[in-house]
Design a protein around this ligand. Structure first.
Ligand code: AMP
Length: 310
């Protein structure tokens, strides 16, 4: 396992691998690795000859006043963890290696970047411009066959999926399920900020998502009613930025739950901003049911979700 600091070294290393006919998998991270990241590395290890883990706290995706300066940085530990999971390379550039003097280009994905976390009243689409820019650069630097992203950051995944399609990037974007603590809290590098009391209250996010799932499983198809039924679970949080039900690809609100939808939450717990989400998949209508309005048989097509069925 080698740790590389420079783009030129990464390119040289991977050019050799490609000459040998080896496939490359990239796992982009901001470090402070936990089991969620390690699951991405495991998946990349299983599907590629060479696995690259990038560790880069990307300044352009932090908004003014956010935790850029205190974001946990522990490269030595991250390197050991990545090596133990079989990664071949850790790519850990300095900020001025990624954003060289005179850098003036940003990648911006409209629509999907503008709701939820990207809403102007919250982090704003500039956050996702920073994500889209650094991911485009990392994909160009490593030119992987596959790149691995967690559904924990479902909107980020949707932005990256859109940008890879729109820019014809020759890479497979591989979504990976959210890894949770035993009690359900989604793993996050920011969980270390939580006090014991906040850690307990943070569980409200998962409880609200489960309650939304139970509501849909019980037959509710009106998003407002689903959110109303589940919202009380968020009472222990300090501030709920949003709790919404959206289309999983476009991140736009849905008027009715007619297929898989994403329930997504952002909330503050003490000084920490937490996000979580759950894919809700309504049960298909039984094959022999006849739609009373137009007399057609209801579809038996199961939308084959990648997330959690309820
Ligand atoms: P980060 O270091 O937080 O930027 O995350 C790097 C990658 O790990 C992103 O693709 C995240 O979506 C993914 N990730 C973070 N937390 C989890 C988790 N709990 N389960 C699965 N993937 C995760």
């Amino acid at each position: 396992m080698r740790t590389l600091r420079h783009v030129a070294d990464l390119r040289a290393e991977l050019a050799q691998a490609r000459r040998n006919g080896e496939s490359v998998g990239l796992v982009p991270t901001m470090g402070a690795l936990h089991d969620g990241h390690l699951a991405l590395i495991d998946r990349a290890r299983a599907e590629n000859d060479v696995v690259v883990v990038s560790v880069f706290v990307n300044p352009t995706q932090f908004r003014p006043g956010e935790d850029l300066d205190r974001y946990p940085r522990q490269l030595e530990r991250d390197t050991e963890l990545a090596a133990a999971r079989g990664a071949d390379l850790v790519f850990a550039p300095e900020a001025d290696e990624v954003y060289r003097p005179g850098h003036a280009t940003m990648v911006s994905v409209s629509g999907v970047s503008e709701t939820l976390c990207g809403h102007p009243s919250r982090r704003g689409r500039e956050h996702f411009d920073g994500v889209a820019t650094v991911v485009t650069k990392l994909l160009n630097m490593a030119q992987p066959d596959r790149a691995y992203f967690g559904q924990k950051d479902a909107q980020q995944l949707a932005v990256i999926t859109r940008l890879a399609q729109d820019l014809d990037l020759p890479v497979e974007i591989v979504p990976c399920p959210t890894v949770r603590e035993p009690d359900g809290l989604a793993m996050s590098s920011r969980n270390v900020y939580l006090s014991a009391d906040e850690r307990e209250r943070a569980l409200g996010l998962w409880r609200a998502l489960q309650a939304a799932g139970a509501s849909v499983a019980g037959g509710e198809r009106n998003p407002a009613a689903v959110l109303a039924a589940a919202g009380a679970q968020l009472d222990a949080l300090d501030e709920v930025e949003y709790f919404e039900i959206v289309d999983p690809a476009t991140m736009q609100p849905v008027e009715r739950i007619g297929g898989p939808v994403l329930a997504a939450i952002a909330a503050r717990c003490g000084g920490t901003r937490l996000i979580d989400n759950l894919l809700l998949v309504p049960a298909p209508v039984p094959a022999n049911t006849v739609d009373g309005l137009d007399g057609l048989s209801a579809s038996t097509t199961n939308p084959a979700p990648q997330g959690v069925a309820v």
